[in-house]
Design a protein around this ligand. Structure first.
Ligand SMILES: [Zn+2]
Length: 204
C-alpha cells in the first residue's frame, strides 16, 4: 500500500525529486523526517527525544493538524526544525482528481510557508507533480521505517533502519498514534546508535 521507493528504478524515474542528500565530503549526516502530525499525543515526545541528541528534523505536517494544534506547530519552528506541506486532509493523489488534490495542497500551503512537499503514501499523479514542482521540491526518502505497518515489530523497523541508513539518508517516521508503538523504540535506537558513531541529525 505505501509506495516502497527504495527501488533504484523509481529514483531514476523521478530524478527531480529529493531521495537523499549524499554529502560530497565524508561528513556524517542523517535527515530524519516525521509525517502526519503535529498531534499532542505524540509530537511533543518526539521533540523531547530529538532534544536529547541535539537532533534537528523535518516535519511533513497535515494542514488539518496544524490548524487544530497551532501551539505544537509553533514549537517545531521554535526548536529549529523544518516543516513541509503534506496536504490539508492527507489526500491520496492516485485516488483524487488533480483539481481537488492541488486545492488541498494549496489549503495547507496557506497555513505556513515552506519549500518542501511530501505526497501522502508517496502517491502522486504526474500531472499533480508537475504543478506542485512549480512551488515546492518534492521530498521522497531512501529509508522507510515502516513504523505505520502493524505487521512490523519495533525490532523489525529498527533492524531495517539501522542496516540501510547511510550518510545523507532521508528517513521516514510518523508522528501519529498508529505508528508510535513502532516509531518510538526505533527512533530512540537510531538516535543513540548513530550519535555514538559521530553522525549529526539535520533538518532539510
Ligand atoms: Zn502521511
Amino acid at each position: 500500500m505505501f509506495l516502497d521507493t527504495s527501488n533504484f528504478w523509481l529514483k531514476s524515474l523521478f530524478p527531480r525529486r529529493l531521495w537523499n542528500l549524499k554529502p560530497n565530503d565524508d561528513s556524517k549526516i542523517i535527515y530524519l523526517t516525521f509525517d502526519d502530525g503535529p498531534i499532542p499525543e505524540v509530537t511533543p515526545m518526539v521533540l523531547e527525544l530529538l532534544d536529547q541528541y541535539n537532533a534537528k528534523a523535518t516535519f511533513f505536517c497535515v494542514g488539518d493538524n496544524v490548524k487544530k494544534h497551532p501551539q505544537i506547530f509553533q514549537s517545531l519552528l521554535k526548536k529549529g526544525h523544518s516543516v513541509g506541506n503534506h496536504t490539508f486532509h492527507h489526500k491520496n493523489g492516485w485516488n483524487t482528481n488533480s483539481i481537488e488534490y492541488l486545492e488541498d495542497v494549496k489549503q495547507c500551503g496557506e497555513l505556513f510557508k515552506t519549500n518542501w512537499f511530501r505526497p501522502p503514501y508517496g502517491k502522486l499523479r504526474p500531472s499533480q507533480a508537475k504543478e506542485i514542482e512549480k512551488t515546492y521540491t518534492i521530498v521522497m526518502w531512501d529509508i522507510l521505517s515502516r513504523d505505520f505497518d502493524p505487521s512490523y515489530t519495533p525490532e523489525k523497523c529498527t533492524e531495517h533502519v539501522i542496516k540501510n541508513i547511510k550518510s545523507g539518508s532521508i528517513v521516514v517516521f510518523h508522528d501519529s498514534i498508529k505508528a508510535s508503538e513502532n516509531m518510538f523504540p526505533c527512533l530512540r535506537i537510531t538516535l543513540k546508535t548513530f550519535s555514538e558513531q559521530g553522525f549529526v541529525f539535520k533538518s532539510l
